[in-house]
Design a binder for this molecule. Structure first.
Ligand code: DQA
Length: 159
């Protein structure tokens, strides 16, 4: 059975307690449960991780690229938290590893402070889910599934 990786960056371990008016009341464990149910429905195993450390995220992305290359992994949903806005290292890891990524943000980053409007991940993501709350996680998994299986959603060359 193939695996899907869901990767969470800094401060997402605080979900549920952290600014609930922005991020909601669900905990990261709740999100993991939802993702596991969705992954099972889609025929995948779930690998759900969180780290506050940029280098650890880089290493997990590199490992995931190898697993995808070997056919053991379909790709990754990544909420890189604040590193989305700062990390050329995560950008380079995704490109270098050849990892298929759906970028995700719980909040609508474009309706927030200007420093959240730019993401180093967006140009190297296959798709982006923003502003749906934690409901974005199952949406991102479904999006990844249709990118892989449905030719109608394949990016159009040159578009
Ligand atoms: C976030 C948005 C980021 O700007 C912020 O730094 C986060 C969470 C989100 O899921 O909305 O940590 O990625």
């Amino acid at each position: 059975m193939t695996t899907v990786l869901v990767l969470n960056g800094p401060n997402l371990n605080l979900l549920g307690d952290r600014e609930p008016e922005i991020y909601g009341s669900a905990t990261l464990a709740d999100v993991a449960d939802t993702c596991r149910d969705t992954a099972t429905d889609l025929g995948w195993e779930l690998d759900f991780r969180q780290s506050n450390h940029e280098g650890e995220l880089v290493e997990w992305i590199q490992d995931a690229g190898r697993a995808q290359h070997d056919g053991r992994l379909v790709g990754a949903v990544i909420n890189a938290g604040a590193y989305s806005h700062t990390s050329i290292a995560l950008h380079d890891a995704i490109v270098g590893a050849g990892l298929r990524v759906i970028e995700l943000h719980i909040s609508n980053v474009h309706a927030r402070e200007p420093f959240r409007h730019h993401s180093y991940l967006s140009p190297v993501a296959a798709g982006i889910i923003v502003g749906f709350g934690v409901a974005g996680y199952p949406l991102a998994l479904h999006g990844l599934h249709s990118l892989i299986t449905d030719s109608a959603t394949q990016p159009i060359e040159g578009a």
